[in-house]
Ligand binder design. Structure first.
Ligand SMILES: Cc1ncc(COP(=O)(O)O)c(C=O)c1O
Length: 458
């Protein structure tokens, strides 16, 4: 018997476009079956459905590409937490722009690998241009800023600590606010550094005087990590005062702007990031307020020379004589080896929307957060934690026990009616809405409030 020809490769546009039609159709039918932001029934129902549809993971004889694609894309879409649904607002989980998803498909089809020039000639040149331009947005007055493409805020924060450890040695102390992202603690652990010193943040942001006292009381080199857009409350630490404290005590400043960083790209809210350019390193994430499919992280560095610490040689990727002969050495651009060209979707989005378009999307999300805060303030049975700064709104039924707040969130998840997050603040548990969908309307938010008000806990 003659063997069947191998399935077509993604770089061949005609079969890809036919398969893409099937995938898009399955995305539509899956979303129709779900009918809301989340599948109803909770983890047991979802797992049972996945097991029963999937059957054998590796069948003896394959079902064929059309069936496999249709069945499993439908299955995952029907069981998705859909960030494009206006009532899916728990996390910094963005609804990706269609243009970015299309660019990501092109990246997957071309499959450049960013660890050597001979696997990614134009993609690596594009990455160099885009990272230089974005680093210039973060550090407009720096002589030679640069940026690395990462898998997200976690990797960026880890790299920032790694670069600081390489500058200062293993005696480095990391100081954060208690409001800092958990990835900083984990990065310190991974890098063999002592656990970061956490300055309490009862108001939600780092108090510069408390930070300065901690810096003054710490021997040896220090990296202070501040946050521009806290995960729980969307607040921005007072960057200019923290930069002053660092300057006074000879400490380096890192700013985790994974959430708030894209405010730089528009003009209306850029002022909220004053002082960001005084950091040595800045974490940015375009898969949050940048509407990119995962992954789209960046670490911007004020001094490109800091990146020399990542230099690494593997003869088959960046032999010295190849580099001397002019082949770009890419291995020091990431601790990873094989690496997706995540820069393509970001470059397409920046070009397609421009400053004005991106700024307008940021503005819309910030406006929706104000709308939700207004609705909460008007609802007699609800309490608002504070007026939002970015796009995070914390609220709770007035006078409720924490267990009831947690139960309401779980009841909405179990019914698949709304996806809200949870955050501790002020010693109490709050429902958290993180609004990243520029298509969400005030009416959608009114529906969210009605659901919360009518929900019994679980
Ligand atoms: C402030 C902050 N930093 C870092 C991260 C980690 O980002 P990622 O999940 O992209 O690794 C998050 C994630 O929500 C975050 O909120």
């Amino acid at each position: 018997m003659r063997a069947a020809p191998p399935p077509p490769l993604a770089a061949r546009p005609t079969p890809l476009s036919r398969l893409l039609g099937i995938a898009l159709d399955a995305l539509r039918t899956g979303a129709e079956e779900r009918g809301g932001p989340l599948p109803a029934g909770g983890p047991e129902a979802v797992t049972a459905r996945v097991r029963s549809v999937l059957g054998a993971v590796l069948p003896e004889t394959g079902t064929g590409q059309d069936e496999a694609l249709r069945t499993l894309v439908h299955l995952v879409a029907a069981g998705a937490a859909d960030p494009a649904h206006p009532l899916c607002a728990a996390h910094l989980h963005t609804p990706p722009l269609a243009v970015a998803a299309a660019a990501d498909l092109a990246a997957a089809a071309l499959n450049p690998s960013m660890d050597s020039w001979d696997q990614a000639p134009a993609a690596s040149a594009l990455e160099a241009e885009v990272t230089a331009a974005l680093a210039g947005e973060v550090f407009p007055a720096a002589g030679r800023p640069d940026a690395l493409v990462t898998t997200g805020g976690t990797e960026s924060n880890q790299l920032a600590l790694l670069l600081a450890r390489e500058r200062h040695g293993p005696g480095l102390t990391v100081v954060t606010g208690a409001n800092a992202h958990h990835s900083l603690r984990r990065a310190a652990w991974l890098l063999g550094l002592p656990e970061p010193v956490a300055v309490p943040t009862p108001s939600g942001v780092l108090d510069p005087e408390a930070a300065a006292r901690t810096l003054a009381g710490t021997d040896g080199p220090v990296l202070l990590s501040a946050t521009a857009g806290t995960t729980d409350e969307g607040l921005i630490d007072p960057l200019p005062q923290l930069a002053d404290a660092c300057a006074a005590h000879g400490a380096d400043l890192h700013v985790d702007a994974a959430y708030g960083g894209p405010l730089l790209l528009g003009s209306a809210h850029r002022h909220l990031l004053a002082g960001l350019d005084r950091a040595r390193t800045v974490t940015l994430d375009l898969h949050k307020l940048g509407w990119q499919p995962v992954a789209a992280g960046l670490l911007a560095v004020r001094e490109a020379g800091d990146l020399a610490a990542l230099a690494h040689t593997a003869d088959y990727l960046n032999a010295g004589d190849d580099t001397e002969a002019g082949l770009p050495d890419l291995l020091g651009r990431s601790p990873r080896t094989t690496r997706r060209p995540d820069v393509l979707k970001a470059a397409v989005t920046l070009r397609a929307l421009g400053r004005t378009g991106l700024g307008a999307l940021v503005d819309l999300c910030l406006e929706r957060a104000q709308d939700l805060a207004d609705l909460v303030e008007k609802a007699p049975g609800l309490e608002l934690r504070a007026r939002p700064v970015l796009t995070t709104v914390l609220f709770r039924p007035a006078g409720a026990e924490d267990a009831r707040v947690a139960g309401i969130r779980r009841a909405l998840l179990a019914d698949g009616r709304a996806v809200l997050g949870r955050a501790e603040a002020d010693g109490r548990l709050w429902l958290k809405a993180t609004l990243l969908n520029p298509h969400t309307t005030p009416d959608d938010l009114a529906q969210l409030i009605t659901l919360v008000e009518g929900s019994s806990d679980r």
